[in-house]
Write a protein that binds this ligand. Structure first.
Ligand code: PLP
Length: 293
């Protein structure tokens, strides 16, 4: 199989109910230029995306990802994506995935400046090797997000619940975490509530229950967090959405950052203070997350 594969997609109208969209897909040469200089995703980060974990050719949680793509598009006033077309595009690119772990990316951009339609494409490539991180864990620092918990609802134009292509802030936060000697960051609101990491959701265990910050607080609703909660509930554990303070995190019995490609990474320290972890449960969660879902 190819190490990388890309498909340009001519976005179909959401109401187009044909059974086969293959004639809207054009395989691309991944080593050749593909986008116009007027492309608004590159000029302004004006678009939305998804990253989907693929294990031995099987794309995980496809439905949750296409639904979130549609949600992000709605928040950004982009034309509604045709979900049947995107499901088929995922199937076509995942079939080209290298063996082992891979990542499918879906990109829906506003399109070319003054152009008539959005630009869309899907790619697949081998995923980084996160096995050691899943086993050994990550250290995190808390970083000020610069707004309070109500900002998401008060200022929807900040697009806090959308997975937009404007990730420069998230990447800057990761660099700041590394400058401070940590592996990752957790954003904290001005009023002291923990939110999420730049590319992952936070789950903590407190008194035997599993808690995550409510998405209404202006964070992305993670597909991996949803899967982990379903798994835990089906194994008799209690899960809840809550507003969590920074001290809830430092007092947690265990905590994880979860996301589609790295999966469950146990947090071993917060702002330099060690945090307890549960290696058996972490291994169990990652076994589940690596299984076809
Ligand atoms: N929060 C943010 C800001 C993210 O970028 C991501 C994933 O990239 C997540 C949470 C986790 O989402 P998922 O589990 O769907 O990968």
């Amino acid at each position: 199989m190819a190490q990388r594969f890309a498909l340009m997609i001519a976005p179909a109208d959401a109401a187009d109910d044909r059974a086969d969209f293959r004639d809207t897909f054009t395989p691309m040469d991944v080593t050749a230029p593909a986008l116009s200089v007027g492309e608004l995703s590159t000029q302004r980060g004006d678009g939305v995306f998804e990253s989907i974990g693929v294990v031995d050719g099987h794309a995980n949680e496809v439905e949750a990802h296409v639904q979130r793509l549609a949600h992000s598009a709605r928040l950004c006033d982009l034309p509604a994506p045709n979900l049947a077309q995107w499901r088929q595009a995922i199937e076509v690119v995942a079939a080209q995935a290298p063996a082992g772990e891979a990542v499918v990316k879906l990109i829906l951009s506003r399109g070319v400046e003054h152009g008539p339609a959005p630009t869309a494409w899907a790619t697949v490539a081998a995923a980084p090797d996160f096995r050691a991180v899943r086993r050994n864990g990550i250290t995190v620092v808390t970083l000020d997000r610069g707004y309070d918990l109500g900002a998401g609802e008060r200022a929807p134009w900040l697009l806090l619940g959308a997975k937009t292509l404007s990730y420069a802030v998230n990447m800057a936060a990761l660099r700041e975490a590394r400058r401070r000697g940590a592996d990752d960051a957790i954003f904290v609101t001005r009023d002291g509530y923990v939110l999420e990491a730049p590319t992952a959701s936070l789950i903590i265990r407190a008194g035997g229950d599993f808690l995550t910050p409510a998405p209404a607080g202006g964070i992305l609703h993670g597909t991996t967090q949803l899967s982990v909660f379903e798994y835990l509930e089906s194994h008799g554990r209690t899960t809840r959405y809550e507003t969590l303070t920074a001290s809830d995190l430092t007092k947690a019995d265990a905590a994880w950052l979860v996301s589609s490609i790295r999966l469950a990474a146990p947090i071993t320290a917060v702002d330099g203070a060690p945090l307890a972890s549960d290696p058996d449960l972490t291994a169990e969660l990652n076994t589940f997350l690596l299984s076809p879902r």
